[in-house]
Design a protein around this ligand. Structure first.
Ligand code: CUA
Length: 365
């Protein structure tokens, strides 16, 4: 400032400064603040627009596609309305108080000084407690209803196991095992049993229901009924290590007959490979792959996803890449390079072996 003379530069709420006025000229706006700047208005408008556009997205929790999520959205509604009424009440009282008891010109008297007001203090302690109680009762009801082991008789049972960093889905009554891609029939209740073999994960498919932790040594449950066919996205929602963000899943909710077809395909033996794929089967069978992965009839590993029908899944790597020979080859070549912390090591296979095994796996529809 040392080199400048005259009145100080004006700056608005965005911190921008106007041109210096010639010395001696009185600035008519001096002392006033610019409360609104176009940049701030634009930022707020953009945030609102983004919020509006983000309403119906795969990870939106306010788009209910199951009975559980409808219950959760109605809890949101209770909280939103309660907050709105309280907000209106508080701001109305504040406005009245500000208008009625403001300092008036020339009035130098000190307002009446109050030290403590028992009735007021008791009431503003009890009122929030009541509000919390009103919110807590339906919330606890939804938690207990969705956590129940007493699911309806015809409920489909699915065991969900969270692994670093992928999802295993077992259908104990159907004798089907898959990974990262869960199929469910529309309109039929599902009882998920959540188990964890390593660290705490959290199973979360926003449009189907709330997140629930998958805790080692503890059995958690979710009971829900998917109500609309479609493809739903899920994501591990509890920090579980280097590739926590790379732990996604897909849920395919389909009509019962399509689901039955899928189950039949899962129960079928793996496709018999030919040509390049047959060479890939040999590569798989004589390398460390068999220690971790199951391909029925070839291996019985349990530390990695069951690959018996790997090629039938649209995505692999826990929802990270479309299943194609090129993508799978890149993965097999060096898994930790593509997924930080991957438990699947680089087996240092030759390029030809990598290509063959990828061709074989993608052919396992
Ligand atoms: Cu699994 Cu985060």
């Amino acid at each position: 400032m040392g080199a400048m003379s005259g009145p100080p530069l004006l700056s608005d709420a965005c911190g921008r400064r106007g041109p210096a006025l010639p010395s001696g000229v009185v600035n008519p706006r001096a002392g006033r603040h610019a409360w609104v700047c176009p940049r701030a208005v634009l930022a707020v408008a953009a945030a609102l627009a983004a919020g509006g556009c983000a309403w119906d997205t795969p990870m939106s929790t306010v788009i209910a596609r199951s009975d559980l999520n409808r219950s959760i959205v109605s809890l949101y509604a209770i909280i939103t309305w309660a907050t709105l009424v309280i907000g209106l009440l508080v701001f109305t009282i504040l406005a009245i108080v500000l208008a009625r008891f403001r300092a008036r010109p020339g009035d130098a008297t000190l307002p009446r000084q109050i030290r403590g007001h028992t009735a007021l203090e008791i009431s503003w302690t009890i009122a929030p407690a009541l509000v919390l109680l009103i919110i807590a009762i339906p919330t606890i009801q939804v938690i207990f209803r969705s956590q129940t082991a007493a699911a309806p008789k015809n409920a489909l049972e699915v065991t969900v196991r969270g692994w670093q960093w992928w999802w295993e889905f077992r259908y104990p009554t159907l004798d089907v095992v898959t990974a990262n891609e869960l199929h469910l029939p529309v309109g039929r209740p599902v009882l998920f049993s959540l188990e964890g073999p390593d660290v705490i994960h959290s199973f979360w498919v926003p449009q189907l229901g709330g997140k629930r932790d998958v805790v080692p040594g503890r059995l958690n449950r979710i009971a829900l009924t998917p109500e609309q066919p479609g493809e739903y996205w899920g994501q591990c929602a509890e920090f579980c290590g280097a590739s926590h963000a790379n732990m996604q899943l897909r849920v395919v909710v389909e009509p019962p007959d399509a689901f039955d077809l899928w189950v039949a395909a899962q129960k079928a033996p793996p496709a018999e490979p030919a040509g390049d794929a047959a060479a890939g089967k040999d590569v798989f069978a004589r390398n460390a792959c068999v220690g971790c992965h199951t391909i029925r009839g070839i291996s019985a590993g349990v530390l990695g996803p069951d690959l018996t029908h790997f090629g039938g899944r649209a995505l692999f790597g826990a929802g990270l890449w479309p299943t194609s020979v090129d993508n799978v080859a890149a993965w097999v070549k060096d898994p930790p390079a593509l997924k930080p912390g991957s438990k699947m090591p680089n087996l240092h296979l030759s390029d030809a072996d990598v290509r063959a095994v990828a061709t074989y796996l993608v052919g396992l529809k």
